[in-house]
Design a protein around this ligand. Structure first.
Ligand SMILES: Cc1ncc(COP(=O)(O)O)c(C=O)c1O
Length: 462
């Protein structure tokens, strides 16, 4: 255990804040040892916000989304110019990553196109479109298995003028989609594997490579899509998939002459452990360079390129704050004590439980205090409701009588919300949005009544 009460210590560095390579460039530490977030000229004191709104609390930073997307579009546009690449670049935001309004609207206004995976996601897109939240220049890709209801909605929106491209997910969809009156795409299940937890030995997504060349000529086939899985661990894996995917693309183009776009899906990783990792700047440069060289060699037009990197764009835009409500010592372990929090990992940050996600965990106050090795436990009755940093420990300040200790888990804008649940009927964290110096409440704290309603307990029943 470290004794860290040295004056003059660089606490910002110690907590890995204010660093581009860790996606924490907008966080700092106040002179009183409290966590701050900086948006241009606005400095938000996270400890004050948590005291004002209460915990558990989730804070959304739309400016982080905007900055990240702006940078990503800028990288691709710059390398397209530098390498004299003739294809166009499109970013499609995969809605599944975070369907909250507070995420989607800023991304649309920053120039994102969309990708959806279900009829229900598409229904939200329809409402957005009808409310003129985006125009017909924005293209919507429709992935996932298509129910009749999903296909009906796709056809309805195309007929009304939306630029909407269904992606064939399986052979059963071919009959209906080959008659579709707009552009279509096809998802190919590449025969190579990427370095990611999600690229399973036996995959079920898309059409296997061995079947994809037997399909009849489709004049409206414009997009070839693949997705290797999320959180790809190495740049090498991303580039190998591009190279392999390009090989399939060139062969498919011979059968379907209007094919002109390669969609390389999502998968760009965010490393919560805060070690050195590949960067979007370098990877975007290498993708464009690779596609240019491959197409020039093959003597074909440079394909238009789509990326659907969701996790990368949205993860750093939300943090979760909990209060430590009690401490229990652990006799013999890597950590000295449990800190019990006023929320739940199983409910609010589900990846802690399902994929043993590591979180960048830092104090919100008392950031300069002396430290202790701890494990964190949620407030449900489940013994798996815990976060131990993989059986290691988390370094957090010692508790002091009469003083609340708040903690923040960073980088939870991706996937956690739609996976969240209500074990033991705990309330989900309240959500606030921090933008342009103002704070708005996006989701009120759930009351016992509102949670009861989710389980059928309407007024008068009990
Ligand atoms: C087809 C498709 N595109 C994009 C994504 C987003 O992936 P990520 O968030 O890892 O970038 C996913 C995630 O499952 C996906 O299935």
């Amino acid at each position: 255990m470290k004794k860290t009460k040295k004056s003059g210590k660089n606490w910002k560095k110690f907590w890995k804040l204010g660093a581009d390579e860790f996606n924490t460039q907008f966080f700092g530490v106040s002179k009183d040892g409290e966590l701050t977030a900086i948006e241009g000229n606005h400095i938000y004191n996270i400890n004050d916000l948590a005291h004002k709104y209460g915990t558990p609390l989730q804070i959304i930073f739309p400016f982080v989304l905007e900055d990240r997307l702006k940078d990503l579009l800028g990288y691709f546009q710059a390398y397209i110019k530098i390498y004299n690449y003739k294809g166009k670049f499109f970013y499609h935001y995969p809605m599944k990553v975070n369907q909250n309004k507070e995420f989607i609207l800023p991304l649309l206004s920053e120039g994102a196109n969309l990708e959806v995976t279900s009829g229900n996601e598409l229904w939200i897109v329809k409402k957005l479109w009808e409310g003129e939240k985006f125009n017909s220049k924005i293209r919507v890709l429709c992935n996932g298995p298509k129910t009749d209801q999903y296909l009906d909605l796709i056809e309805e929106l195309r007929a009304k003028g939306m630029t909407i491209v269904p992606i064939i997910e399986s052979l059963d969809e071919i009959e209906r989609l080959s008659k579709y009156k707009g552009d279509i795409g096809i998802r190919v299940d590449l025969s190579i594997k990427a370095d990611t937890h999600w690229d399973k030995k036996f995959d079920r997504f898309g059409i296997p490579e061995k079947d994809v060349f037997d399909l009849p000529k489709m004049k409206n086939l414009k997009v070839m899509h693949y997705h290797m899985g999320s959180q790809i661990k190495t740049q090498k894996s991303i580039l190998e998939a591009v190279k392999h995917g390009f090989g399939i693309y060139t062969q498919l183009q011979k059968i379907h002459p209007n094919l002109d776009t390669l969609d390389i899906g999502g998968g760009f990783g965010i490393l919560h452990e805060k070690k050195k990792f590949y960067t979007a700047k370098v990877v975007s440069s290498n993708i464009i360079k690779l596609l240019k060289n491959l197409s020039d060699k093959a003597g074909i037009k440079h394909p238009n390129l789509i990326v659907e990197w969701g996790w990368y764009i949205v993860d750093p835009a939300q943090i979760t704050i909990y209060k430590v409500i009690s401490e229990k010592s652990i006799p013999k372990a890597n950590a000295k004590a449990w800190y019990i929090i006023d929320g739940s990992f199983i409910n609010d940050l589900k990846d802690t439980w399902t994929i043993h996600q590591k979180w960048h965990t830092i104090p919100v106050n008392n950031m300069q205090g002396s430290l202790k090795t701890v494990w964190l436990a949620g407030s449900t009755c489940d013994s798996d409701d815990k976060y131990t940093a993989g059986g290691n420990y988390i370094l957090l300040p010692k508790l002091h009588e009469g003083q609340d200790q708040l903690i923040a888990l960073l980088d939870n804008g991706a996937y956690q919300d739609s996976l969240s649940s209500h074990h033991c009927l705990l309330s989900a964290p309240m959500k606030i949005v921090v933008k342009d110096g103002t704070i708005t409440v996006a989701r009120k704290r759930e009351s016992p009544d509102s949670i009861g309603k989710l389980f059928g307990w309407t007024n008068g029943d009990h």
